[in-house]
Write a protein that binds this ligand. Structure first.
Ligand code: PLP
Length: 463
């Protein structure tokens, strides 16, 4: 096919260069509701609007790049999870996906609990008024200082991850005259990522105490033998961006197996099971995640069935979605700086951010979608790669996407589903200033995390 027929690049149906393409939608201006926050829409004028606020106004007022978060969508997802799991279960939001004071307040108001995995996350949770009994502390190498602060604050649970840590938490609790509730994190021999799960080669990881070989059972023995610890349950987290419930099924079965062993050996029925997080979201139109009520029903059924078979009372269930709550609630707004067309290959579209605000593409080969946000366009689809401004050729935001061929410097692009693991993993590479998080709701926009300044950078540089 002659390139000159459409100089902007390959069209739908062409032989495309190597890569993975979500086919272009028949209308590049359309928005797939699975990848966008609920209030995102394209106005009659053509620009995107979120929470009733035009993205051009956001760019003008707050600058780009910026993470734009739909507060109502965040709250709706919290409620959907809470309601799906009901009063006999707890939903712990995984703070590592994205944490700020505003988010902690929303979680608190919507009745969710909170997982933290560092002193910094704990400090943020407490500073924003999360009741300590609704906080769980995770991590495979918590420092004595982190453990001490958590026990002092009275966190609802510490999820212990190693034999050393059992001794450390017990020591701190004893010294402070507390009896600290703990769960034991076990590795169940299942590793699940996206569409697949693997039931072998599982214990080969840094987290948790293995069920196989008896480490987990030994951990139970030790915790039960320590006065200053109260063993409330068993915790298992099998991976991330999971769509297939089969991994959870195996995990639940094996955790219930351990509860049965514990009852038989110690005459104790542990009252809690935590099956972790990792529920997948749609980054592109090819992903088809399940709704919270389907997940709740599937997990509830598995646990109930396994407990009935073992003659155990059904324990209180908890889950820890991070990405599934915050991921779809935000998009990143960028401005296009340069457009470089490579004939017969693709067009490189450089934006004013990159791997410093979204490392997931470089780190995990993550796929994203993108749309022209400041206007609609009827131009032909152009195979594009959206790249950042960093000194690194792996600095890719969206590896393969179709954008309209009339894209030009100054246009705004929006990359959806960047609410999880983007701001929280953001870096200052190239002394980039980390973008702000803007919350929008009912026609109002406000900064919840402000943009970094050069002063912020220089404040740390005390040489
Ligand atoms: C990361 C993590 C989660 C959340 O994972 P998502 O993929 O964001 O749902 C939950 N629990 C634990 C222990 C984790 O490490």
């Amino acid at each position: 096919m002659s390139r000159s027929a459409h100089p902007a690049g390959p069209r739908h149906g062409d032989v495309l260069p190597e890569g993975h393409y979500t086919p272009p939608p028949s209308d590049l201006n359309s928005l797939d509701p699975r990848v966008w926050a609920q209030t995102v829409e394209r106005t009659a004028e053509g620009a995107l609007r979120v929470g009733g606020v035009d993205v051009r106004r956001l760019a003008e007022e707050f600058g780009t790049p910026a993470y734009v978060m739909d507060e109502n969508d965040f709250r709706a997802r919290c409620r959907a999870w809470r309601e799906a799991f009901g009063p006999d279960a707890d939903v712990f939001y995984a703070g590592k996906a994205f944490l700020s004071r505003a988010v902690v307040r929303w979680l608190h108001e919507e009745g969710l609990n909170l997982d933290v995995c560092s002193g910094g996350e704990l400090a943020t949770a407490l500073a924003a008024g999360m009741p300590p009994e609704r906080i769980a502390l995770h991590g495979n190498n918590k420092s004595m200082e982190e453990i001490t602060r958590a026990v002092e604050a009275g966190v609802g649970r510490i999820v212990v991850d190693s034999f050393q840590e059992i001794a450390r938490v017990a020591h701190v609790a004893r010294r402070l005259g507390r009896r600290q509730p703990v769960q034991i994190r076990v590795t169940v021999g299942v590793e699940a990522h996206t569409h697949e799960f693997i039931a072998t080669a599982h214990e080969d990881q840094k987290f948790g105490l293995a069920l196989a070989g008896g480490q987990a059972a030994e951990a139970v023995r030790r915790v039960l033998g320590l006065e200053s610890l109260e063993l409330t349950g068993i915790h298992s987290h099998i991976g991330s961006q999971i769509f297939d419930m089969a991994g959870f099924e195996v995990s639940a079965r094996r955790v219930v197996g351990l509860l049965t062993e514990v009852r038989d050996e110690h005459g104790v029925e542990l009252p809690e099971i935590d099956l972790g997080g990792g529920l997948g979201i749609a980054y592109t139109s090819e992903d088809d995640p399940r709704e919270p009520h389907e997940i709740a029903k599937a997990l509830g059924d598995i646990v109930t069935r396994e407990c009935e078979a073992a003659g155990l009372a059904v324990p209180r269930l908890s889950v820890e979605p991070g990405r599934a709550i915050v991921g779809p609630t935000a998009f990143t707004l960028y401005e296009v700086g340069t457009v470089k067309e490579l004939e017969g290959l693709r067009t490189y579209v450089s934006v004013d951010g990159g791997m410093s605000d979204n490392i997931r593409t470089a780190l995990y080969d993550a796929e994203y979608s993108v749309t022209l946000a400041s206007r609609a366009s009827e131009a032909e689809p152009m195979l594009s790669r959206v790249v950042g401004k960093h000194c690194e050729s792996g600095d890719i935001v969206v590896r393969d996407a179709f954008l309209p061929a009339d894209l030009a410097p100054g246009d705004l692009l929006a990359v959806p589903a960047t609410g999880a693991y983007c701001r929280s993993m953001a870096s200052n590479y190239n002394h980039a200033l980390r973008p702000p998080v803007i919350a929008v709701r009912d026609g109002e926009a406000r900064t919840i995390v402000r943009r970094e300044t050069e002063e912020d950078l220089l404040r740390l540089d005390v040489g």
